[in-house]
Design a protein around this ligand. Structure first.
Ligand SMILES: [Ca+2]
Length: 363
């Protein structure tokens, strides 16, 4: 791909050295449920990976979640809802799937790919509580209903950052309605900032009386992996990627002007040069679609120069939050960036033609 956000090119330049360093020492601590599983300081990445494979990682109720158990009625208390249940809190609300994190599902959340923090050698991860997360990325149609109902207006002269046909640059005329390429109403909304995405969740919370927000990156990664300890659900060659995700591929090479020769592609054809309608590809074991590929997804997590989560546990959603973490890779991305553990960041006011989101519904 062309790296998203050329302003961060310098940070990407040190990836190789960073990766080698962060693989040396990793600590994982589960705090909720009174559980401190283990301190893994000093274990090599290879050993940690071995531990991952020794457990049954996926929540068994969720492994059969795809297409099953959908309920239209709102769920008042997620704790009384079966894992894998899919429901909506209102007719226009996003379909969400109940996730019940298990302590032994923590192991896949290893951190050996903290590209953005060369000094990171230890990670503390808090087991998320029960939550429900969007089965799909928020679509243009869903975002349009929010805009119409709330009167929300993006700030003037915002523009959107994207590929001009020769380079990445801001298109002052682009916005979520016209990101610079054709979309269906079921494509993920893009050219939305973190502020826009957060406003959508606040509107949804007010509309339903339920707890809606963006997922933290820990919640996102737990949901995305669905028990998969590998980097992605296809092999590193990427030949099978197009069955699972909309990524930079043969369709991109054919259909996006000016990319051939400078972008790197997956060696397959997912049939979409730009975004794809949500749910076009195989879901993960929790029944969630497009966790990898299609739109990059904003999380609630602040990017800070320190650890991704504070040593005391928890997730950084307060403090210096000018920049936010995005996850999942996008339709513009080469194999290096489409993986469960790759962390990307943007200024929270940035709008990019690969940037969208999905919602989290708390208990
Ligand atoms: Ca594609």
């Amino acid at each position: 791909m062309k790296l998203p956000g050329q302003k961060y090119m310098a940070a990407f330049a040190g990836l190789t050295a960073t990766r080698a360093k962060t693989g040396q020492t990793i600590g994982v601590v589960a705090k909720k449920l009174g559980l401190v599983r283990q301190a893994l300081r000093g274990l090599s990445t290879a050993l940690l990976f071995g531990l991952c494979l020794s457990h049954s990682l996926a929540q068994s109720p969720n492994t059969a979640a795809s297409g099953a158990g959908e309920k239209v009625a709102a769920q008042d208390d997620l704790r009384h809802t079966t894992a894998g249940t899919a429901f909506r809190d209102c007719a226009d609300c996003p379909l969400v799937v109940v996730i019940v994190p298990r302590p032994d599902g923590l192991e896949p959340m290893r951190r050996d790919n903290l590209f953005w923090n060369p000094e990171q050698t230890q990670e503390t991860i808090e087991l998320p509580g029960i939550f429900a997360i969007g089965r799909y990325e928020v679509t243009r149609a869903e975002f349009a209903r929010f805009v119409k109902d709330s009167g929300y207006a993006a700030p003037a002269n915002a523009g959107c950052y994207g590929w001009s046909g020769a380079r990445y640059e801001t298109n002052a005329l682009a916005d979520w309605r016209n990101p610079g390429f054709a979309q269906t109403e079921n494509d993920p909304v893009v050219c939305v900032s973190w502020d826009d995405a957060n406003a959508y969740t606040e509107w949804l919370a007010k509309k339903t009386g339920k707890s809606y927000r963006l997922p933290t990156e820990v919640e996102w990664e737990y949901a995305a992996r669905a028990g998969n300890a590998a980097a992605r659900p296809w092999d590193d060659a990427g030949i099978d990627a197009c069955r699972h995700a909309n990524v930079a591929d043969a369709s991109t090479r054919r259909g996006m002007p000016g990319t051939a020769g400078s972008w790197k592609y997956h060696d397959c054809d997912d049939r979409h040069a730009y975004t794809a309608p949500v749910g076009s590809y195989t879901p993960n074991a929790f029944g969630l679609h497009d966790m990898l590929g299609n739109a990059w997804e904003w999380t609630d997590t602040c990017w800070n120069p320190g650890p991704a989560v504070p040593p005391s546990g928890g997730t950084l959603t307060a403090g210096p939050c000018e920049q936010r973490v995005l996850r999942g890779g996008g339709w513009v991305d080469s194999p290096a960036y489409v993986r469960y553990d790759f962390r990307f960041l943007l200024d929270q006011g940035d709008r990019d033609f690969y940037g969208g989101f999905r919602v989290l519904r708390g208990d």
